[in-house]
Design a protein around this ligand. Structure first.
Ligand SMILES: [Zn+2]
Length: 95
């Protein structure tokens, strides 16, 4: 079973006239999480290391900077071994 963890947060000081209020930001996080989840599961569900029979574990870090009002998404992939990591990363990059 594919394991995906999400870590979304804001950083910086919110503008007085911020584009998103905290409620909308939570909605944005939730929508982003769902669309990433769908995409990742489509690509990686059922994928296991041929040698160790282990699924990958993915951590998604999303940081919404309230000063620049930009969202920054980072992927971190954990696998049992380097060979499988290379395989998973190439599958992730394969649109
Ligand atoms: Zn392995």
């Amino acid at each position: 079973m594919l394991k995906i963890d999400y870590d979304f947060d804001t950083e910086g000081e919110a503008h007085e006239d911020a584009y998103f209020d905290p409620y909308e930001l939570n909605m944005l996080f939730e929508q982003t999480r769902q669309s990433l989840d769908t995409g990742l599961r489509r690509k990686l569900e059922g994928v296991v290391c041929k040698e160790h029979n282990q699924p990958p574990s993915i951590t998604i870090t999303g940081r919404y900077n309230q000063e620049t009002e930009q969202m920054d998404i980072n992927y971190h992939v954990d696998t049992c071994c380097q060979m499988f990591l290379v395989r998973v990363v190439s599958m992730l990059n394969n649109v």
